[in-house]
Design a protein around this ligand. Structure first.
Ligand code: FE2
Length: 188
């Protein structure tokens, strides 16, 4: 199924002229809105030793399971933006630091991992039906407190997918479907 048909965003959204779902114009447009806050960001950088940034969308491919693990394999095409990662690095520094944290969302995969010096966290409340089937183990989840009294929270746990990737490397050249995905497509 094409991403175009599976994802409501494509046909439920109408964009003004010059902006299109089919290229990077939308992500550039939304990224540029951040330029209006550059002075505030500079002030925060100058006065705060711990910074948390937020985005709804996913800044890096490594924050999503690999294609062969997904029931909807084109998911990585519609969940994030490279400009977002560049923007985040412009705030935290290219190298990140022990006190750089970015909170993201959108995919409903629980995640807590450090990549190139930035801690990336997603603690999704998810849809009620996802919680019911304990997607990510999160039946009784409450909002996750990432920062309190000058300290970042300990690692979020359980965090099935980022736990998996902290123990297993990504293998993008492996095209064999994960067993649960193979079972799903054999049924349909
Ligand atoms: Fe979303």
């Amino acid at each position: 199924m094409a991403a175009l048909h599976a994802c409501k965003d494509f046909h439920a959204c109408k964009w003004p002229g010059g902006l299109s779902n089919g290229d990077t114009s939308l992500s550039l447009y939304f990224d540029a809105i951040n330029e209006k806050s550059l002075n505030v960001v500079k002030e925060i950088q100058g006065t705060c030793s711990q910074i948390i940034t937020f985005s709804h969308f996913v800044p890096r491919q490594e924050l999503c399971p690999e294609k062969r693990m997904l029931f909807y394999p084109k998911l990585p095409k519609i969940i994030g933006s490279d400009y977002l990662e560049v923007r985040i690095r412009s705030i935290h520094g290219i190298q990140g630091s022990g006190s750089a944290c970015h909170v993201f969302g959108h995919t409903h995969f629980c995640w807590d991992a450090v990549l190139d010096g930035i801690r990336y966290v997603q603690a999704p409340l998810a849809y009620p039906r996802e919680r019911k089937r304990r997607m990510n183990g999160g039946e009784d989840w409450l909002p996750f407190c990432i920062y309190s009294d000058g300290n970042f929270a300990d690692r979020l746990s359980p965090c099935y997918w980022s736990d998996y990737y902290s123990a297993n490397p990504r293998t993008p050249h492996n095209t064999e479907l994960a067993p649960w995905v193979a079972r799903f497509y054999n049924q349909t």
